[in-house]
Design a protein around this ligand. Sequence first.
Ligand code: UDP
Length: 329
Amino acid sequence: MKVLVTGGAGYVGSHCARALCDAGHEVVVYDDLRAGHRAAVDARATLVEADLADSATLNATFASGGFEGVMHFAASLDVAESVRLPLAYYENNVVNTIRLLRTMEQHGVRRLVFSSTCATYGVPESVPITEGMLQDPINPYGHTKLAIEWALRDSATAWDLGACALRYFNAAGAAADGTMGEDHDPEPHLIPIVLQVAMGRRDKVFMFGVDYPTRDGTCVRDYIHVEDLASAHLLALESQKPGVFRRFNVGTGRGTSVKDLIDAARSVTGHAIPAEPAPRRPGDPPELYADPSEIASGLGWKPKYTDIREVVETAWEWHRSHPQGYGEG
Ligand code: UDP
């Protein structure tokens, strides 16, 4: 199948583009490289370096013909920034996705896998989180992703779009062969930060909140390996039917606290990794982990990585061998 991968030079997008190539699909990556990395684009894929706001290039790309599906990752994803700049988030995430959907409709492309998030649940009523729970985001980033889910649902009814929203928990880890991984600037995420401490690039990690109502007082998250996310995307795309909207949580079903994570990194790296309590980070729900049973029965998906130490090992391999990330400045 010929597949357009928006944001295919980013963290999750690049791993999915590679998985598509491995499965024999023809891949066109559409990425403006603002946050993505040229070096993350698989050599077997074609790169269109453009913004989704550039309607002419988007239209010309689809007009080149033959596309049967789209995986849509391109988005702004920094929660704190979304609070400061909500309209920029609505513009980039919602308006640009509408533009993408219109172009797909015009060109008769009826399969889409969308990168959604557990942030659409806000502070969940209970854990583990099931897909039927109330979606009530607590920040603009989550609102934009939820707005897109609704646009997909309505498009499935109105013009036969087949769409699957994958609500990821915490994307983590790196390619098992050590060639691709996470490279954000600035880096807000816990695992890369902890590993930067292990590499001596930071003095210590701050634990944002140690008085949460969780088993050790720190926040609990569900860290899902990026290659497991990629296999979920592939299964979703290949089984997608026109006119059907589906949504699945993608997580391991296991919760890992900030303290558990730091302990796992200590044991994987052999470094002390000093950690210091710090105030809570605004907007952090105490505990988020998935009930992944719907995706197991609906797509036959299950994660390969269920032990947090193995996830951290792949990330450690990547960060150690690529201390400057993709090194493009
Ligand atoms: N966190 C932390 N120190 C850091 C970065 C993150 O304690 O330097 C915590 C954060 O408060 C959250 C968890 O680690 O509870 C995971 O945060 P991350 O930013 O990796 O992912 P998020 O859950 O926000 O998507």
